[in-house]
Design a protein. Structure first.
Ligand SMILES: Nc1nc2c(c(=O)[nH]1)N[C@H]1C(S)=C(S)[C@@H](COP(=O)(O)OP(=O)(O)OC[C@H]3O[C@@H](n4cnc5c(=O)[nH]c(N)nc54)[C@H](O)[C@@H]3O)O[C@H]1N2
Ligand SMILES: Nc1nc2c(c(=O)[nH]1)N[C@H]1C(S)=C(S)[C@@H](COP(=O)(O)OP(=O)(O)OC[C@H]3O[C@@H](n4cnc5c(=O)[nH]c(N)nc54)[C@H](O)[C@@H]3O)O[C@H]1N2
Ligand code: SF4
Ligand SMILES: [Mo]
Length: 747
């Protein structure tokens, strides 16, 4: 213990640790200037207001925080922030209230010999963390410890975690919850454009003549982006491609209610129509793309009758879609989880990208092949979590990249792994194969959100040591942990998020974290010192200092933001989009990528990529006759509900019970009535849910929101081969009537 404290001696608060017999006390945590852990501490702000970015979805709305004595007392939607212009969704309005919950993790918790989690001091927690993980690494090798991170922490924290785990602690495997979400888009963009680069700016919602939403329900999932669509004054055609009649589809001028997972043949069929009719831009194709000849030959097989059969659409619907793209000048193509979460997500996303490319709907106002990302900082995670990419969108396998990063970080190049990490699913499989013996889960709720929960929980149970770092101690995953590290959450720390349109925005510390909870940043710092690699992170003294390092890492890359001066400057600009290189003339101006028709591949061209589409792996049959779709249920629920269920206001805005949407015709033939409790069963598990009869789902399909722990008991663990993203949105289930039971599945 004493040696750990000596190591910690480099930290200003170490003396206090000694005084208090090694316990980080409340007084210590309330020291002015944060915990003495940073040169520019994550301090509370004075009275008045400050604008910061919302910590839920990737829209990245600006929220104005009202402060009294340095503490947030209220918030309102920022009117001058260029993203949301005075609007916010219910989650944003309620963002502060969810932080004061009784189940906030306030001290570290360690599982005792009786198998219960009990409060311990930070130094006992650190001692256990280091001893247990080191012992596992000594016994099973350094790669037997892995981490799973998130798209919901500031980029500075994410980068610290990735660098600490891989360069400091010798891990090779670490992935993020962004695998469940954006991996498909990342791979699709990298392969097609040469860099993970969503090209749009939100003004494109307003400047399009045609907006195509594929597998996206922005009315629920990105409500303020949808408000931007509503500001469009060009009488846009809105095409929604979704098996369900979603809230968004209700606004559409064309709703293509395709069979689940038939997007890929649809897009190939539309490409064929466009090519056959000469509705393509040959000059652009020749100058800016490669692979067109092969693509045209390939889609020749996707004639209308085949596409009608595979999608379930009528021929005139498909033709109308193609005509719409041709007739209007500017078409933007938007996609989200209905595309990404699929066993063939990458090629489906690329099929959509191809439509934008062959019609020159890219790089101009109101156009683009635009993946909408999910979490507040999924974009920061995609570039800086050090999981699939080496920091800053670099490549672990590229010696020049390793050399560059080692130089910027002043570390030995040998510390940088030369191989990519296993993906989330491979880490889970690695646990089964006894290759991974300890897991550190940060800011994600694996035991709820990972696909096929029955299996997932068994896998987590096999671990020798599970560390969970969360703001609540009651999450499904935290309650399985051997050690819980209590984290400060949104509003209790500072840093930057990158939103869907590549805008870097600032979050601030406007309230104190409860008890002994520390910002994730300071937890990483504490771990670095306890592990004995604090030296390596001497320059990583505060989020602001790390932001300077991130800028250096971005220099010369497509996401260069060396021109983003500092937090105050970024906040004054209303956030800045990358690229923002040094010396950029009007950094505050909105920008879209590829205006010059040049892409990030060495030859400057975008690649047209394609592959034969495949049928759903788990087809419905006599025993399991329905296709289960899952997704977002309401604008007031966030993921696994650890946060949103804490707000009395939000709880009133969403259904009280787990429900399953069933088509009234199917219900009639099963004898199921509205609000009846029924069992939904797949080959992997079952749940009880209230039947909600609605024609929004087609016959033969049912929908269950993902916000309930039970949902992923049903899902089938199949993955896209390129992105390894789970295919959450299609598996076969049956509906079973039972007596009306009083008990129900809690969330
Ligand atoms: N309120 C709220 N907002 C959120 C979130 C939240 O939890 N709550 N989460 C955030 C995150 S991380 C993400 S990733 C985004 C997700 O945002 P979205 O992707 O828009 O939301 P989902 O409901 O998951 O999926 C979108 C639609 O895909 C459809 N779909 C299913 N299968 C198919 C198919 O085969 N083809 C097509 N074309 N469509 C299909 C579903 O019916 C669903 O309506 O939302 C973000 N915003
Ligand atoms: N069936 C089905 N499953 C799905 C999906 C689907 O559509 N269908 N969607 C998938 C998608 S797209 C996503 S993104 C995932 C989301 O799945 P998760 O990432 O598991 O969901 P969250 O509830 O957002 O989990 C975030 C966790 O971090 C904690 N937390 C919040 N802020 C902080 C912080 O600042 N620091 C720390 N340390 N912890 C914090 C929260 O309390 C919570 O426990 O779910 C996936 N699962
Ligand atoms: S739309 Fe997204 S970013 Fe905006 S307030 Fe709602 S949750 Fe926050
Ligand atoms: Mo997501």
């Amino acid at each position: 213990m004493s040696s750990m404290l000596e190591t910690l001696g480099q930290l200003p608060f170490a003396s206090l640790l000694h005084q208090r017999e090694g316990t980080l006390t409340r007084e210590l945590l309330q020291q002015p200037g944060g915990f003495g852990l940073g040169q520019v501490p994550d301090r509370l702000l004075p009275n008045g207001t400050t604008t910061m970015v919302c910590g839920y979805c990737s829209t990245g709305c600006g929220l104005k925080i009202h402060l009294k004595d340095g503490e947030a007392v209220n918030l309102s939607a920022a009117t001058s922030y260029p993203v949301n212009m005075g609007m916010a969704c219910p989650k944003g309005w309620e963002a502060l209230s969810v932080m004061d919950a009784p189940d906030r993790a306030k001290t570290p918790l360690l599982r005792n010999s009786a198998g219960r989690l009990e409060p311990v001091s930070w130094d006992v927690a650190m001692q256990q963390y280091v001893q247990r993980l080191r012992a596992i690494q000594d016994r099973h090798g350094p790669h037997s410890v892995a981490f799973i991170s998130t798209g919901q922490m500031p980029t500075e924290e994410m980068a610290f975690l990735g660098a600490l785990a891989k360069f400091g602690m010798g891990m090779r495997h670490g992935d993020g919850n962004t695998r469940q979400c954006m991996a498909t888009s990342v791979v699709a963009y990298k392969q097609a454009f040469g860099f993970d680069a969503p090209p749009y700016t939100y003004a494109d919602f307003e400047e399009s003549d045609v907006l195509v939403f594929a597998g996206a329900n922005p009315c629920i999932a990105h409500p303020i982006m949808w408000e931007r669509v509503m500001r469009n004054r060009r009488s846009p055609e809105i095409v929604v491609i979704d098996p369900r009649m979603t809230e968004t589809a209700m606004y559409a001028s064309q709703h293509l209610a395709i069979k689940p997972k038939s997007d890929q043949p649809l897009f190939y069929g539309v490409a064929k129509l466009l090519i056959d009719r000469g509705w393509i831009d040959e000059a652009f194709i020749a100058a800016s793309t490669e692979g067109f000849e092969d693509f045209a030959r390939f889609v020749a097989d996707y004639d209308l009758s085949r596409v009608v059969l595979e999608t379930g659409l009528r021929p005139e619907q498909i033709e109308r879609f193609a005509e719409t793209i041709h007739e209007r000048d500017r078409t933007s193509f938007w996609w989200t989880m209905g595309v990404n979460q699929s066993y063939q997500g990458v090629r489906t996303a690329q099929a959509l990208i191809n439509l934008a490319l062959i019609t020159n709907n890219i790089g101009r106002p109101g156009t683009g092949a635009n993946s909408i990302t999910g979490q507040c900082n999924a974009m920061g995670s995609r570039l800086f979590s050090n999981t699939t990419n080496l920091l800053g969108g670099h490549d672990f396998a590229n010696p020049q990249h390793r050399q560059k990063i080692a130089g910027i970080l002043h570390i030995d190049e040998q510390k940088i792994p030369t191989e990519n990490s296993w993906a989330y699913n491979e880490i889970m499989e690695g646990i089964l194969r006894d290759k991974i013996k300890a897991l550190w889960i940060i800011c994600t709720n694996t035991a709820h959100s990972w696909i096929n929960q029955n299996h997932a929980r068994e896998v987590l149970d096999r671990l020798d040591f599970l560390v969970v770092q969360d703001i609540y101690h009651t999450t499904e995953t935290a309650t399985m942990a051997d050690l819980v590290l209590p984290a400060a959450g949104w509003g209790e720390k500072e840093g930057t998020f990158i939103n869907s349109e590549r805008r870097i925005g600032v979050t601030r510390k406007v309230r104190k974290a409860p008890g002994q909870a520390l910002s994730d940043f300071n937890i990483f710092k504490l771990i670095a010192h306890s592990w004995g690699c604090g030296e390596m992170f001497a320059r990583w003294s505060s989020p602001a200092a790390v932001f300077e390092i991130l800028k250096e890492l971005s220099r010369g890359t497509p996401c260069d933001f060396t021109g983003a001066r500092d937090y105050s400057w970024i906040a004054q600009q209303g956030g800045v989009q990358w690229p923002c290189p040094t010396g950029m003339e009007s950094p505050a101006q909105e920008r879209r990528l590829f205006e010059d028709g040049r892409f990030f591949h060495a030859n400057g061209k975008a690649k047209l990529l394609f592959e034969e589409s495949r049928p759903m792996p788990e087809q419905p049959n006599g025993e399991f006759p329905f296709i289960l779709l899952t997704g977002r249920g309401s604008a007031s629920q966030w993921h696994t509900q650890t946060r949103t269920s804490k707000s009395a206001v939000l709880r009133k805005l969403y259904p009280e019970h787990l429900f399953v949407e069933v088509n009234p015709n199917d219900a009639r033939s099963l004898g199921v009535v509205h609000n009846e409790w029924i069992t939904v069963e797949s080959r992997r598990g079952n749940l009880r849910a209230m039947a909600l009869l609605t024609p929004a789902v087609q016959r033969g399909q049912v929908f269950i929101p993902m916000h309930y722990e039970a949902t992923n008991r049903l899902t089938d663990a199949v993955f896209d081969p390129y992105s390894k993203q789970p295919s959450y949105k299609c598996c076969a289930v049956k509906l079973v009537r039972g007596e009306n039971e009083s008990h129900h599945t809690p969330w």
